[in-house]
Design a protein around this ligand. Structure first.
Ligand code: GSH
Length: 315
């Protein structure tokens, strides 16, 4: 068995098993604590515009979801955004894009400082996205699947007029699709890329392309995955699709097809890209540098490929 990128998350057959999310606080309209207070006895923090900071890397597909949802819902003024350098050093995600290399609101140089303040014993990977409380400096949540759902359902009082309803009243169909896309596509590309056994890689690859084939068929007669309306699940698929040809096809060996070779998926992804909340939040330079430079077991030279030409997204 070869050396894994993340040894603690590798199974005995070389399959990749993502760590769980350590902080699962919720910012909720049902919180019983008053403004300025900490979480209530059920771990719910009060909804308060201006209080919380969403920490992201623009490279990261899980964080990118939250960036898009915040923008679509018009929560830009209600929830601050902190963007880390796409390249971590030995202490992890750092605020080197900010003046003085510190987040101007949280006053920290590394995201790990907030994690450690919240749980001094934490020894897992320090991950984005995370929401940090600016009054205490504590991490409220790094539970990325819940973060975007809560922006839709708990922050409605602060949405812009006409904001899309990303979470439908009846969630059953969307939740099934979200699970399938997470397993086979969002996390599937990582299971290809981080596999250290041939069989584990091939199983992930087969599941990934079988799912993309189904999604390609699904999009033959509809604008969005669930019909005529843009939903949360579209955002979740988009953040993987937009990275596909630039990173996953080569770096993670997801190379049966390029995205541009799936007519319906490609048209769909480009249509989304042309909406400002999507296209204006995509940073191909940060995306490519993050993956190709930081995964040194997969790409030991750290060379970042020049292509593909991002202009294809505008056609
Ligand atoms: N929280 C999840 C997903 C979020 C995630 O993986 N974020 C990546 C960036 S795309 C990250 O922060 N990685 C930090 C690291 O690997 O040390 C996890 O723990 O795997």
């Amino acid at each position: 068995m070869r050396r894994a990128q993340f040894v603690a998350e590798s199974g005995s057959n070389g399959e990749w098993k993502r760590q769980g999310n350590r902080f699962t606080g919720r910012i909720s309209r049902a919180a019983t604590s008053s403004p300025g207070e900490g979480p209530d006895d059920q771990g719910r923090w009060p909804v308060e515009p201006g209080r919380y900071r969403l920490v992201v890397s623009l490279a990261c597909p899980w964080a990118h979801r939250a960036v898009i949802v915040r923008r679509l819902l018009g929560l830009d003024d209600a929830i601050g955004l902190a963007v880390v350098d796409p390249i971590r050093d030995e202490r992890g995600w750092r605020f080197t894009l900010d003046p003085g290399s510190r987040d101007p609101v949280l006053g920290i140089e590394y995201l790990s400082e907030a994690y450690r303040r919240t749980d001094p014993a934490y020894d897992g990977r320090v991950t984005v996205p995370a929401i940090v409380d600016t009054t205490t400096g504590l991490v409220v949540t790094n539970d990325y699947p819940q973060i975007t759902l809560d922006l839709s359902t708990e922050w409605t009082d602060h949405h812009r007029p006409g904001a899309p309803q990303l979470v439908p009243a009846d969630r059953a169909e969307m939740d099934t699709l979200i699970d399938d896309i997470y397993r086979d596509v969002n996390n599937g590309v990582y299971r290809c890329g981080f596999a250290t056994g041939q069989e584990a890689y091939e199983a992930a690859y087969d599941a990934l392309f079988a799912r993309l084939d189904l999604l390609e068929q699904r999009l033959a007669d509809r604008a969005y995955l669930l019909g005529d309306e843009l939903r949360e699940v579209d955002i979740r698929l988009f953040t993987t699709l937009v990275r596909f040809d630039a990173v996953y096809h080569g770096h993670f060996k997801c190379n049966r097809n390029k995205l541009t070779e799936f007519p319906n998926l490609w048209a769909y992804a480009r249509r989304l890209y042309q909406l400002p909340a999507f296209g204006e939040t995509v940073d191909f330079d940060q995306i490519k540098r993050h993956y190709y430079v930081t995964h040194d077991t997969i790409n030991p030279t750290g060379i970042v490929p020049k292509g593909p030409d991002p202009a294809v997204w505008l056609g």
